[in-house]
Design a protein around this ligand. Structure first.
Ligand SMILES: Cc1cc2nc3c(=O)[nH]c(=O)nc-3n(C[C@H](O)[C@H](O)[C@H](O)COP(=O)(O)OP(=O)(O)OC[C@H]3O[C@@H](n4cnc5c(N)ncnc54)[C@H](O)[C@@H]3O)c2cc1C
Length: 381
């Protein structure tokens, strides 16, 4: 291969030479700076590979995002729960299944209310069956900020979306939305599947029609989160509309109000709303202000006007309206193919990663991270 490095169309060299441990693969482009892309980039750097991570937006993190303005503790605007034991954090960092010094809490809500048929009922039995893990005083974004972002920083280019990928026997070429063309030995596409479904990223060859059709049958849900700060707490740890039984079905759809300050070291009263759906989610298309008013109206009906009287301020994240995400996460695959077949590596040049390839941990941060590691292992052999 004619190795010109990561050359801009202008011919400017972008990457300093590295001490190479992976002799056959010297340069890799990673597209997307979420959990999958950042983890892949970090592992490649550890292996001595030159990496350029291209991120379309102006921040890293993807569906991990943090707010520090609403309360005196940081709030996860996207991924929030650690859907596993705390040792998974060590595993994400490549340390094996081990505890890190990141403090976590057992998230075992104690009080549940169900609003069903115009009546509010206390049903606390779920406290015996449901528990997960959460961060004590950081967020998923904060975790990656502390352990990963600094390491990969020299390789990252923000505000650099990719819209075209082509490959040949010599390597890969990637075109950015700013018109630059970058070359490398391999590329890892670590964007949400929505980027391929919508055609925002096109692959010149090897991503045949059957793959596009099959990928269009993989659900990419709608999603939003809202956090409201109140002067007093009038709500339980968990509030849901509908009956207890409706919560035990295995649908991806979920609408859940929860005490976001649960277990945190704070006296702030913050109520969260997590709302995702595989189909239409009308609230996901509202403006932020309209969304907050709709939420307050709904809560006022349940708690007899107390919410509006006690309301101080709110933050929202409308994931469906994020231009580079366009929804929540992958859901049911209704195609005839496994996602691993649809997003199989192309010609040993183009590799895919992201939460949709998370296997048993699909749609989670750790599933995304593991898919990034998997792509790197395939590349490095
Ligand atoms: C509301 C919500 C709540 C969630 N809650 C949890 C939870 O509690 N626990 C949990 O584990 N998981 C949760 N998740 C899921 C979790 O956030 C995701 O599974 C995970 O963060 C996805 O990581 P990723 O790297 O696959 O993709 P992303 O984080 O989406 O990263 C992909 C990146 O690619 C960039 N990109 C897109 N297109 C382009 C392009 N053309 N060129 C360059 N860059 C591009 C995007 O800007 C983005 O930064 C939640 C998700 C949402 C939306």
């Amino acid at each position: 291969m004619k190795r010109r490095g990561f050359l801009l169309a202008t011919g400017a060299a972008l990457a300093a030479p590295a001490i190479l441990t992976a002799q056959t693969v010297q340069r890799v482009i990673v597209i997307g700076g979420g959990s999958a892309g950042m983890t892949a980039a970090a592992r490649l750097i550890d292996a001595g590979v030159d990496v350029v991570l291209l991120e379309a937006s102006d921040v890293l993190g993807g569906r991990m995002a943090r707010d520090t303005t609403l309360a005196d503790f940081p709030i996860d605007l996207g991924a929030e729960w650690i859907h596993n034991d705390p040792e998974v954090l060590g595993d994400i960092l490549g340390l094996g299944w081990t505890l890190t010094d990141v403090e976590t809490i057992v998230y075992r809500p104690q009080t549940y209310q169900f609003y069903d048929g115009g009546r509010l009922r206390n049903r606390n039995l779920l406290r015996f069956t449901y528990a997960e893990t959460k961060f004590l005083d950081t967020t998923w974004y904060g975790f990656f900020e502390r352990f990963v972002m600094e390491k990969i920083a020299p390789s990252v280019r923000l505000n650099t979306g990719v819209d075209w990928i082509e490959h040949s026997a010599d390597g890969v070429r990637v075109r950015t939305t700013t018109g630059d063309v970058l070359e490398a030995d391999r590329v890892i596409v670590a964007t949400p599947i929505s980027a391929l479904q919508s055609g925002r990223i096109k692959i010149a060859s090897g991503f045949e029609d059957w793959k596009s059709e099959a990928l269009s049958e993989v659900g990419f849900g709608q999603g939003l989160k809202v956090f409201l700060k109140f002067r007093e707490q009038f709500y339980p740890d968990i509030l849901v509309e509908g009956s207890v039984w409706e919560q035990t079905d295995d649908s991806w759809d979920s609408k859940l109000y929860y005490n976001a300050a649960f277990g945190k070291d704070t006296s702030d009263n913050v109520l969260g709303l997590f709302n995702v759906a595989q189909g239409a989610l009308p609230w996901s298309q509202l403006s932020a202000d309209h969304l907050v008013q709709s939420v307050l109206e709904e809560l006022d009906a349940i708690y007899d006007g107390a919410p509006r009287a006690l309301f101080e301020s709110a933050v929202t994240k409308l994931w469906s309206q994020e231009p580079n995400i366009g929804g929540s996460y992958s859901m049911d695959n209704n195609s005839d193919y496994d996602i691993e077949e649809i997003l199989a590596p192309i010609n040993g040049r183009i590799f895919f990663a992201g939460e949709a390839l998370g296997g048993d941990a699909q749609s989670t941060v750790q599933g995304a991270a593991y898919s990034g590691v998997d792509a790197v292992e395939r590349i490095l052999g």
